[in-house]
Design a protein around this ligand. Structure first.
Ligand code: ZN
Length: 150
């Protein structure tokens, strides 16, 4: 049986840039909206999972990225150095940024595209809920939507 959660608790505002992209190489942000669907067997209470604790758990994973600058630590076109309390970031096209350490999340990705971010959230949820088939749907605008499922 399938179960889906969405709504206010599953939103995320973050800043990022896509290196070498025409427009998106500039630092900018999105208000992401996320839906999570899981499929699994009914438990002894005739539920796939209890909605309330599940929403809280998914929300806590999403909120780790909320109001943060997302930097892809596996991107070879970015050089990221921690200098005391700041990240010094330089790009292959000669741009240079400094961010306070506490404003940054280094994500283990090659790029912070919505495609890879949805897979990243999927994989974190799968680690916590291995018994379910999980689909993460993530929109960066109302008309640009990605779904990732294993
Ligand atoms: Zn973007």
């Amino acid at each position: 049986m399938k179960l889906k959660i969405s709504g206010d608790k599953l939103t995320l505002a973050s800043a990022h840039m896509l290196i070498k992209h025409d427009k998106c190489a500039r630092l900018h942000g999105h208000n992401y909206e996320i839906e999570v669907e899981i499929e699994g067997d009914l438990d002894e209470n005739n539920m796939v999972i209890d909605f309330g604790p599940f929403k809280t758990s998914v929300s806590s994973i999403i909120k780790e990225l909320d109001h943060m600058v997302l930097l892809p630590e596996n991107n070879s076109d970015l050089n990221i150095e921690l200098d005391q309390k700041q990240y010094k970031v330089s790009t292959c096209d000669g741009k240079f940024y400094r961010f306070p350490k506490e404003d940054v999340v280094l994500v283990p990705l090659e790029a912070t595209t919505v495609e890879l971010l949805s897979k990243y959230l999927h994989d974190k949820l799968k680690g916590k809920y291995p018994q379910f088939n999980i689909t993460v749907t993530m929109s960066e605008t109302p008309t640009s939507i990605v779904s990732y499922t294993e």
